[in-house]
Design a protein around this ligand. Structure first.
Ligand code: FAD
Length: 393
């Protein structure tokens, strides 16, 4: 079996590695001339690290990651703090695997290295996929300026603007959520001591929230700030904003946030779009994974983790059932889980940005009510406990 993969992001490379380790040949086509992720962080909960350990790269990644001791909720104005959940050893105790926070380029590097160890020439760079045709026995992928390649199946792992999705399902109709995400990283030594802690914090406020967590063994702090704002509509990892604009968006927030914002050299901004969950994303020998299949708001920190789970389950399904049947089993195994994650992420927006948070007294009551240990467990346990290695397919 020879599988073509469009896109060498987190999802495409995980799928490539999982397939190669199942003895299935792959070729990965990536539009970028070099493999590089944006310089931001990504949180990998136990359901993701479980897969990365199964693929043999857990320890390599651990050496570059941070294992935050826990996560907390903070009030945007008073700074009052509530526990969300314990991580560090508690993640391993409860779920068997750690919760890593990772610098994206490090994750991509570890994945690419592992793919190349298994097949040195598997990744083709500067290869933009333009579309495909398929017949009874094969699929032909068109590459811009590079002719065509043929394989037994094609996986569209080409992200939120997926060409492969548009070829399967027609034009894309994303809906703007009225929110944008600010991103940045700060060397830890620029932050005051009381902020340079090994925990993940989620500041919630009326119309916006901010998440920050440590990366690279605590040398760097990652910043993601989401804000309701309707004047920016570009979904891009690389669009830059200014510190002044970012500071003005968070005027009135706690002094710690002001200090953090002033320490960010280059803030980036991304318009958050939603796409309705798909019922089907497979067409015979062609399927999708990761953001191409089910992009989601980043409010459960699970988009990349879903792409990782997808890649692993897909490899199992192809190894077990062959191409056409395998792709159907993969899609069926992933439909409900990814839909629930898309919906759960969207539901967090109303929680994180609730107007009740504007008033300190009412806001405290709201947080006490929304973040009880039972409600936290309801929102996260089913995510973290999923085992892509054993889930029925
Ligand atoms: C602000 C923010 C914070 C987030 N935080 C988290 C988090 O903490 N945890 C988490 O799990 N998720 C998080 N996510 C979600 C996560 O980033 C995505 O879900 C994840 O990157 C999806 O991976 P992917 O491989 O499907 O797509 P991508 O990472 O987008 O990769 C797609 C790849 O395909 C390539 N490509 C695109 N078009 C073509 C083409 N035509 N031909 C060839 N190659 C092509 C691209 O260059 C890219 O390399 C966050 C998202 C945002 C916006």
């Amino acid at each position: 079996m020879r599988i073509l993969i469009a896109g060498a992001g987190i999802g495409g490379l995980t799928a490539a590695l999982a397939l190669l380790r199942s003895g299935i040949d792959v070729e990965v086509y990536e539009q970028a001339p070099e493999l590089k992720e944006v310089g931001a962080g990504v949180q990998l909960a136990a359901n993701g690290t479980r897969v990365l350990y199964a693929l043999g790269i857990g320890d390599e990644l651990k050496a570059l990651s941070c294992e935050a001791q826990g996560k907390e909720i903070r009030h945007w104005q008073t700074g009052e703090t509530w526990k969300l959940f314990d991580l560090g050893p508690a993640s391993i105790e409860r779920y068997g695997f750690p919760y890593f926070t990772v610098y994206r380029p490090d994750l991509l590097e570890v994945l690419a290295r592992a793919v190349r160890r298994a097949k040195p020439d598997a990744i083709h760079l500067g290869a933009r996929c333009a579309g495909f045709t398929q017949g009874d026995a094969s699929v032909t992928l068109q590459l811009e300026n590079r002719g065509t390649v043929r394989g037994d199946a094609l996986i569209g792992a080409d992200g939120v603007h997926s060409r492969i999705r548009q070829t399967v399902l027609g034009p894309d109709r994303p809906e703007f959520t009225g929110t944008i995400a600010w991103r940045g990283v700060v060397p830890m030594e620029r932050l005051p001591k009381h902020m340079a802690r090994m925990v993940g914090s989620n500041w919630v406020g009326p119309g916006g929230h901010i998440v920050h967590y440590p990366l690279r063994a605590g040398k760097v702090m990652n910043f993601v700030g989401v804000l309701e704002r309707s004047d920016w509509r570009i979904e891009s990892w690389t669009a830059r904003g200014t510190t002044e604009e970012l500071a003005s968006d968070y005027r009135g927030w706690h002094e710690d946030i002001q200090v953090f914002i002033r320490a960010i050299d280059t803030p980036y901004k991304w318009a958050l779009m939603v796409r309705a969950p798909l019922e089907r994303w497979t067409s015979r020998r062609v399927t999708l994974l990761g953001d191409a299949a089910h992009s989601m708001l980043p409010f459960l920190a699970q988009g990349a983790v879903m792409a990782i789970e997808d890649g692993f389950v897909l490899a199992r399904a192809l190894a077990q059932y062959g191409v056409e049947e395998g792709l159907q089993h993969y899609e069926a195994a992933r439909r409900d889980r990814t839909r629930r994650t898309v919906e759960g992420s969207a539901a967090n927006m109303h929680r994180f940005h609730n107007r009740a948070l504007a008033d300190p007294v009412e806001g405290k009551r709201f947080i006490d009510r929304e973040w009880t240990s039972q409600r936290i467990a309801d929102r996260y346990e089913w995510l973290f406990r999923y085992d892509a290695q054993t889930v029925p397919i």
